[in-house]
Design a protein around this ligand. Structure first.
Ligand code: SF4
Ligand code: SF4
Length: 242
C-alpha cells in the first residue's frame, strides 16, 4: 500500500523514542554512575532507545580493532633487562609501504665503527597526512608499530604539534596489551612469547647452545666410561654432527 514504508519508519522511530525513557527508568539513578558498566552497556549494541553521550565528559568506547594514528611500542619502564627500549629496528619497511609517505626514519649507527644499530635515532610521522590505513602496523615484522585508539589529537598548531617524533610516538607494550588484548595475545602466540622477536630468538639460541653443551659433556663422559653403544644410539637419535 502506498505510504506503508513511511508508516513503518515512523513506528521504528517512535519505538526508539519510547524505549529511551523505558531504559532511563530501568537504570534510574544508576545511569549517572561512572563506576559501573552501565555506560558501556547503554552505548553498546544491546542498548534500547536513544542514548546521548555527553562528550567530552563521556566518551564512546572504541572497538579493539579501531585505528587512529600509529604509535611505537617500547618496553615497560620496569622491564628487568631493557626498560624503555624501543622495539623498532629501523628496518624501514613501514616507511616504504606507507601510501601517503608520511613516515620518516633516521637510522642509528655506532659512532666508532659506523655500523648500523638496530634502532631508530629519529622517527617522525606527520599525523595530518596519515590516512589511518594501518599498513605500517600490518607490515612491521617486529610488531613494533601499532594503531592507537587516541583520537583527541587536534590542536591549533599544525606546523609542529602534528609531526609526532619518537618520544611522542613511544608507548609501552603494556599499553598495547590494555587497548588490544586479543590482538596482543594472538601476536604473542605467533612470536612464541611476550618479548621482542630478537630477544626470543637470542634466548632460544642460548638455550640450544646450552643444551648442546650439556649433551656434549655427557657424551664425553660416556666415552670415557666406554659406553660406545649408548653414544652411537644417541648420535643416531639426535643426528649430531661430530
Ligand atoms: S616500525 Fe617496524 S617496519 Fe617500521 S622501521 Fe620499525 S621495525 Fe621496521
Ligand atoms: S597508518 Fe597508513 S598512512 Fe598512517 S603512517 Fe601507517 S601506513 Fe602511513
Amino acid at each position: 500500500m502506498y505510504g506503508r514504508g513511511i508508516f513503518k519508519g515512523l513506528v521504528v522511530t517512535f519505538k526508539h523514542f519510547i524505549n529511551t525513557y523505558v531504559d532511563d527508568l530501568r537504570y534510574g539513578w544508576r545511569k549517572y554512575s561512572k563506576d559501573s558498566d552501565n555506560f558501556q552497556v547503554r552505548q553498546g549494541p544491546k542498548s534500547q532507545g536513544a542514548f546521548t553521550v555527553l562528550y567530552p565528559d563521556e566518551k564512546v568506547a572504541v572497538p579493539e580493532r579501531f585505528r587512529f594514528v600509529p604509535f611505537l611500542v617500547v618496553e615497560d619502564q620496569d622491564h628487568p633487562e631493557r626498560p624503555d627500549h624501543i622495539w623498532c629496528t629501523s628496518c624501514g619497511i613501514c616507511a616504504k609501504v606507507c601510501p601517503p609517505q608520511c613516515i620518516w626514519i633516521v637510522r642509528s649507527e655506532d659512532p666508532v665503527t659506523k655500523r648500523p644499530i638496530p634502532e631508530p635515532e629519529a622517527f617522525f610521522i606527520d599525523i595530518d597526512i596519515c590516512m589511518n590505513c594501518g599498513y605500517c602496523a600490518e607490515f612491521c615484522p617486529f610488531d613494533a608499530i601499532k594503531m592507537d585508539h587516541d583520537y583527541e589529537l587536534a590542536s591549533y598548531d599544525r606546523t609542529t604539534a602534528h609531526i609526532h617524533d619518537k618520544e611522542r610516538l613511544s608507548k609501552p607494550v603494556s599499553y598495547w596489551k590494555r587497548i588490544a588484548p586479543t590482538t596482543a595475545y594472538e601476536e604473542m602466540e605467533a612470536r612464541g612469547g611476550w618479548e621482542h622477536t630478537d630477544v626470543i630468538k637470542a634466548k632460544k639460541k642460548q638455550a640450544d647452545a646450552e643444551a648442546k653443551k650439556t649433551l656434549s659433556n655427557f657424551l664425553v663422559m660416556q666415552r670415557k666410561l666406554g659406553r660406545s653403544d649408548l653414544i652411537e644410539t644417541i648420535r643416531n637419535a639426535e643426528e649430531l654432527e661430530w
